[in-house]
Design a protein. Sequence first.
Length: 254
Amino acid sequence: MSKRALKRQLREGAFDAGQFEGDDKIRRLPVDRGWSPLPHHNDDRQQGYLKTIKAKSEGQQALINAIDAKNLVLALGPAGTGKTYLAIAKAVEALESGRVGRIVLSRPAVEAGESIGFLPGDAEDKLAPYLRPLYDALSDRLSMKRVRALMSEGAIEIAPVGFMRGRTLNNAFVVIDEAQNCTYGQLKMLLTRLGWHSTMVVTGDPNQSDLLPEISGLGPVASRLEEVGNIAVVRLADQDIVRHPLVAEMLGVL
């Protein structure tokens, strides 16, 4: 009997599976299937896909726990420890769950020791090269189509540090990236933007500042805020690096 005929007999209820008992080559088709093409049969089925964020080190787990528990978190550590990625992943998680109404990402427009000269276009085009790392992290958590849609709605805003003065960020998840390139005055201004029902995460590596050592304000600000009980300062180390293993080896000797 053909497979099509067996399926028809099973559907019509005339199929007797007992006749094939003892034959290991015969497999009975499942009767109770977990999925149906009818929409109302799939109410409990997960329709979307989103990578699960899991800490890969004790330092990363401490950072995740701090973001969940505190409204202001400073994440300091070397390159490759996942500071920016974890902060943006938690921001997307908060936005998707409805805990916040928008995401605000800010980054200083400081060149890494090399002047790239005049950039054509409007303000957004000029700032795009400096803000590219934030777009990369967002696109890893959301599709670029959805990122553009949320940005057009105002649910995601990416702005340089210079545009943040005078604002009050309520009901928002704020990420200040590359904070080692901010002066003490800039960081003080950014930290005081925090509004009601908001979370702010400041990330940076004090040892990789593109400013003069005495100008960067991240180290002094973190040292002072460690004494405040309602603020978490998480210091990641070389063992928390999750990029290529050579990154940790290079940072150990450079």
